[in-house]
Design a protein around this ligand. Sequence first.
Ligand code: C2E
Ligand code: CA
Ligand code: CA
Length: 398
Amino acid sequence: MNGQKLTVEDLSNALKNDEFLFHYQPILSLRTGKIDGAEALIRWQKANGDLIPAAKFIPFAEETGFITEITKAMIAHFLDDQKKILQVDNTIVSSLNISAKDLSDDTFIPTLLNIIDYSGVDRSKIKLELTENSVLSFSNTGLLQIAELKANHIGLAIDDYGTGYATFEQLRNLPFTTLKIDYSITSDAMSTPDGLTLLDHSIKLAHQLNMDSVAEGVEDPDIIGYLMGIGCEHVQGYYISKPLGLATFIEFINQETVWNTFVHGHLYKAMVDYIEWVRKVHSSLYMSNANIRIVQFESENEPAGLFLREVTDSVNVLMYDELNTAYKKSYELAKIMLNAKSSGDQVIIDKLLPDFFAVSGAVNTLLQKAYSKECQHGLLKKGAFWDSSDGKSVDSPY
Ligand code: C2E
Ligand code: CA
Ligand code: CA
């Protein structure tokens, strides 16, 4: 620091003098347009008032192993902060960065769980982030420990995805819930065609692994529109907000800003998903009974359906009501036909199939209409479309 080489003693003194604190960077949900998460990022507030970012001393702490002392000492700070944050907004899930070294001590997780329970903070409001590289070097102890976390409802994120070389096979066997796409992928995406492909693949990978995705390092709004289009769930970056001191972060969430995340991205995804779903329903009518059950299950959790329910619940727009009605009708018809298929009743299938295609055609048309309306209406803006003062939707553009 100040040109002098950092030593373990400096870090140890800083810890004794209670000079470390967390800043919180808001995480925006692209589903709801609301801030529903934050990442705790450590800062070193020196006695002379200087504020040192993590990047300046955490790599050294990692190299020397002193990171484990820092992590242990900072858990109590993190939980104290969470109590204050959750009092203001109990939907916020906060992430804590931990090091693979922390997990090499097999008392780390049981101790962490005890401290969390003692603090009274709901476990489901806490997420731990581990980098892709550290995940790849897990020992058996590390693996057992993260499995224990998952069993205890603590979220687990793979951080800096794209900076290591994790394969699908390796990630498939790990109990993570969130994939955080590294800044390098997000920032390259809009400047090169390969960059865009890599971003597409990363989000798709997250979904194939049943994880949700967070794109990190989002600095401009264009990428947000694109990310919505490919089904990314969350964004984090300077465009939304820089990391903020606790008091400022609390002020920030207190404003309850609803971002107009514009639904065109979700609509695009809903169109693609819907076409695929109709194809699956149709083909399963020719399949053996064992496969039908899979389609039935999927149809209940079908993304277009979930998406439409969310939209129609939140905005009072006639077109979406029509869309929802048509969607439900197509789902009902599919269900009856698939049941008829399992009981071998071909007459019902022959009778209902034309109706099914008519109504699913109507859903497609309405989805396309909604998509073009949403695209015309603009890009991500704060507040527009919503009157943030009372949370009700303002006049619809339709
Ligand atoms: P990270 O976990 O990937 O955290 C994100 C870093 O990117 C943060 O830097 C954040 O300030 C920065 N960032 C956020 N949005 C943007 C953006 O739009 N553009 C750009 N260029 N940067 C952005 P920070 O706070 O200096 O942290 C650096 C790294 O230090 C973190 O990277 C994390 O690996 C580590 N770290 C931070 N806090 C802790 C901690 O409490 N414990 C441990 N073990 N590591 C920590
Ligand atoms: Ca992180
Ligand atoms: Ca990261």
